[in-house]
Design a protein around this ligand. Structure first.
Ligand SMILES: Cc1ncc(C[n+]2csc(CCOP(=O)(O)OP(=O)(O)O)c2C)c(N)n1
Ligand SMILES: [Mg+2]
Length: 336
């Protein structure tokens, strides 16, 4: 078995490590449960799991303030949980039930929360990037000091609309953080096969946008980079690019031929680089909790996830007349 490098002494607190541990574990256990419900036929349509990438959203949410916004792709369950959305409402949306965030009409890829400033959930690859710049434009216009996190993948990063958005975001000095979750694959296509200059963050230089690459399996490094990016945006210096190097352990979606990478490749990263295991080691090494106490946390998280799954099974399917609601806005927005 591969051995893990011992972690360096971290610049953090017991409370922060335990919070990160809980938050990342919630995403992992939630996604494992979603995988099970999918297998049981309770989830229809597409479902993209976030297992392996937990440190990205948990680290960046630790750098965000109340009122900051986020928008992402279809691989969105982790983002919703990390920004404080209710696991019950997320799981019930996966099962297409009335108690879901989109009343069961959106499914895995289409959920929103005005209260938590979560703007989706988008199935069209890359489409959320200009939407993120639009959200930042609105905040800049209002002068409210808010920042938007626009998350997208390595595959999306090669799209034309991303380049167009970089140009306008820098031209208008918008407070948007472009977060490239580089998990090395776009469905079954590796970055190596698809991309001429694979350091995605460096493309910002053509537009004068600052940025950096970050170890996405180290939640503390993600948080530190997030704080830097947030400070840059809030100071009115325009957008920032964070290319976060991460890895997805599961298939692209629930159907994946798994022929584009070896089992050994996945296994090696799980064993040597896993973000939750990293924090667990820091906690044990710093004697912030015992193995038994960590097991207790795992039990508590499993209970939260089981409760969400029960809710998602018991919540009724939407009534037929729901087909005609939420199609058009009732009134024109009043400078909301
Ligand atoms: C415009 C568009 N083209 C193609 C697809 C099909 N598609 C869905 S996900 C995906 C791969 C995207 O990969 P990446 O941006 O790296 O995100 P990841 O799935 O790795 O999170 C593709 C090609 C789509 N949904 N939208
Ligand atoms: Mg990818």
């Amino acid at each position: 078995m591969a051995t893990r490098k011992p972690p360096a002494k971290p610049n953090t607190s017991k409370e922060e490590l335990l919070t990160f541990y809980r938050e990342m574990l919630l995403i992992r256990r939630f996604e494992e449960k979603a995988g099970q419900l999918y297998g049981m036929g309770l989830i229809g349509g597409f479902c993209h799991l976030y297992i392996g990438q937990e440190a990205v959203v948990v680290g960046l949410e630790a750098a965000a303030e109340e009122g900051d916004k986020r928008v992402t792709s279809y691989r969105d369950h982790g983002h919703m949980l990390a920004c404080g959305m209710d696991p019950k409402g997320v799981m019930a949306e996966l099962t297409g039930r009335e108690g879901g965030y989109s009343k069961g009409k959106g499914g895995s890829m289409h959920m929103f929360s005005k209260e938590r400033h979560f703007y989706g959930g988008h199935g069209i690859v890359g489409a959320q990037v200009p939407i993120g710049a639009g959200l930042a434009f609105s905040d800049k216009y209002k002068g409210n000091g808010r920042v938007t996190f626009a998350y997208f993948g390595d595959g999306a990063a090669n799209q034309g609309q991303v380049a167009e958005t970089y140009n306008m975001a820098q031209l208008w000095s918008l407070p948007v953080i472009f977060v490239i979750e580089n998990n090395q694959y776009a469905m079954g296509t590796s970055v190596k096969r698809s991309t001429m200059s694979p350091d995605f963050w460096e493309r910002g230089a053509s537009y004068g946008i600052a940025g950096e690459a970050v170890d996405g399996m180290d939640v503390l490094a993600v948080k530190a980079a997030g704080e830097k990016a947030v400070a840059h945006c809030r100071a009115g210096k325009g957008p920032y690019i964070l290319e976060i190097m991460t890895y997805r352990y599961r298939g692209h979606s629930m159907s994946d031929p798994a022929k584009y990478r070896s089992r050994e490749e996945v296994q090696k990263i799980r064993e040597e680089r896993d973000a939750i295991e990293h924090v667990r080691e820091l906690i044990l090494q710093g004697k912030h909790a015992t193995e038994d106490e960590l097991k207790e946390i795992d039990k508590e998280i499993k209970a939260v996830v089981n409760e969400a799954a029960e809710f998602a099974k018991e919540s009724p399917e939407p009534a037929l007349d729901e087909l005609y609601t939420d199609i058009y806005a009732d009134t024109a927005p009043q400078n909301a």
